[in-house]
Every structure is written in structure tokens, then in C-alpha cells.
Design a protein around this ligand. Structure first.
Ligand code: ADE
Length: 267
């Protein structure tokens, strides 16, 4: 996969040289380049922003440097036959679609991702309209809070997508049993010593009974998800749960009705 990131703070993306993503780049599994938006300006002051039409606080990013930068990274991207897909342009913004594990999986199938890091009040909207001719444009939010710019969001999204690329995570098994892979939060984990500061590891994990361990872990996922993210249970497919799992949900205050979990009133 090819990833291009355009930013006025290229140094902000230095962590992408570290850890699993850095290693994936070294190993040739991921071809990632960071570009300085200012190098696509033509004026002496390398201006990237201006005051907003209509008034208001802050500055808006000018369109032309963005068009130059995006045209350059699209032209340098992987070759594709006439009429086949476009690169995906991701524009981090609190006004975007909410990023998720499902979207990370979708993006991991693409051959080129381009990230356009806005700063200030954002990028002139016409850039996104123009870019739609050359890219599949996806404004994307990390969550309902405001960052100072897109760079931190790009670090998160590149890591979430990059670790799904074949060969990046050493043991692909570890991608299966983790939070959000099955619509639930992950179960709690423990390591040695089995007794630590008067706290014991749950006995079932020392039992060697793999069936019981798997069941305990599933039930812990249900308990955690009900406690921390009950919204995830609204879409959980409870149609084919074993009896013990229905009982576990029952104890958490949920009934299974037509394959869906339903919170019992007053539970
Ligand atoms: N830029 C500023 N805030 C953001 C957010 N919540 N998600 C993605 N990009 C952003």
C-alpha cells in the first residue's frame, strides 16, 4: 500500500518511523511519504491560509496549494488502468464520518491512501469538490472532540490501517481476538505472577480447560461491553448464542428477542 500525508507540520508525523509501522516501511510492506504543503506554494511567504469569506474567527486554508499538492501525490501514486478505482483522500475533521475498525478494514484494501491534514478552521470547501474528480473523498473524524489539526488523527488512522496489512503484525491471530473485531470489547488479560499484591488471577485461567476459558472470556466481553459500551450491544447478533451465553446476558439484564439483545426495563 502507498500512503501520502500532506501537512504543514511534516515533523508531527515522525512517529510513523517507529515501532510496527516504521518496521513495515523498512520491510517494504508500506510505502509512506510525508509532504510539506508549503512546498506547493508559489509566493515568497509560502502562504497557506487566509481570512474566511463571510467573516468569523480564525483562518482558512487556501485552495491552490492543496490542489497542487494533491495533484502531485495522485500523479506519483500506483499505476492504475483507465476506469479502475481512484485513490482515497481522507480529510481528518471533527465534521467527518466517524472512523471505526470496520472503516480501517475497508481502507486496508485500497492501493493508495492520501491524508490531507487541515489546520486552523479547515480547508476551503472547493478543494474537496475539486478533489472528488481524482479521489474518493472521505472526511473522517476520530470522535466527538476537537483537535488542533489532522496530524494526530492521521497517526491514529495510519496505525489502525497499517496493522491490518498482511505481514505487519507478526501473529495475525492477535488481530482476531481484540476489541471491536467482533463488535464487542476485549476480555481482560493477565500474566505472571498469578498472585500479585494479594490479587489473584481468575482461577479458570489456570485450569487448563480451554472450553471453560473461552466461555469465561466471552462472558467477560459481554460484561465489559454492557458496562462500558452498551450502545455496541444494540447491533450485536445474539441469534445463535449457546444457552450459557443467554444466561450470562440475562444476568446482565438483557433478554434475547428476535436475535437481538433487549435491555430489560428496570434491569
Ligand atoms: N481534526 C480536528 N479534530 C478532529 C477529530 N476529532 N477527528 C479527526 N480530525 C480532527
Amino acid at each position: 500500500m502507498r500512503i501520502d500525508v500532506v501537512s504543514i507540520f511534516p515533523e508531527y508525523l515522525a512517529p510513523l518511523e517507529l515501532s510496527l509501522i516504521g518496521k513495515a516501511r523498512q520491510d517494504g510492506l508500506l510505502d509512506l511519504a510525508v509532504h510539506d504543503l508549503r512546498s506547493f506554494t508559489t509566493d515568497r511567504h509560502r502562504t497557506v491560509d487566509d481570512t474566511p469569506y463571510g467573516g468569523g474567527a480564525g483562518m482558512v486554508m487556501k485552495p491552490e496549494p492543496w490542489a497542487q499538492a494533491l495533484a502531485a501525490v495522485a500523479a506519483a501514486g500506483p499505476e492504475r488502468a483507465e476506469g479502475t478505482g481512484k485513490p482515497v483522500l481522507i480529510v481528518p475533521s471533527p465534521a467527518g464520518e466517524r472512523f471505526s475498525q470496520a472503516i480501517a478494514h475497508e481502507l486496508a484494501e485500497e492501493d493508495q491512501l492520501v491524508f490531507a491534514c487541515g489546520r486552523y478552521e479547515g480547508i476551503d470547501e472547493r478543494v474537496l469538490e475539486w478533489a472528488a474528480e481524482h479521489f474518493t473523498v472521505r472526511p473522517m473524524s476520530l470522535g466527538d472532540y476537537v483537535l488542533n489539526g489532522g496530524e494526530v488523527a492521521v497517526l491514529a488512522m495510519v496505525e489502525a490501517v497499517g496493522r491490518l496489512l498482511p505481514g505487519v503484525v507478526g501473529n495475525p491471530e492477535s488481530l482476531v481476538e481484540e476489541s471491536h473485531s467482533d463488535g464487542l470489547l476485549e476480555y481482560p488479560v493477565y500474566t505472571k505472577p498469578s498472585s500479585w499484591r494479594d490479587r489473584e488471577v481468575p482461577a479458570v485461567l489456570l485450569s487448563g480447560n480451554h472450553g471453560k476459558i473461552a466461555q469465561w472470556r466471552r462472558h467477560e466481553q459481554y460484561r465489559r461491553t454492557a458496562e462500558r459500551r452498551p450502545d455496541l450491544l444494540e447491533t450485536f447478533d445474539a441469534g445463535h448464542l449457546p444457552r450459557a451465553d443467554r444466561t450470562a446476558f440475562g444476568e446482565l439484564g438483557y433478554d434475547v428477542v428476535d436475535g437481538r439483545l433487549q435491555r430489560r426495563p428496570n434491569a
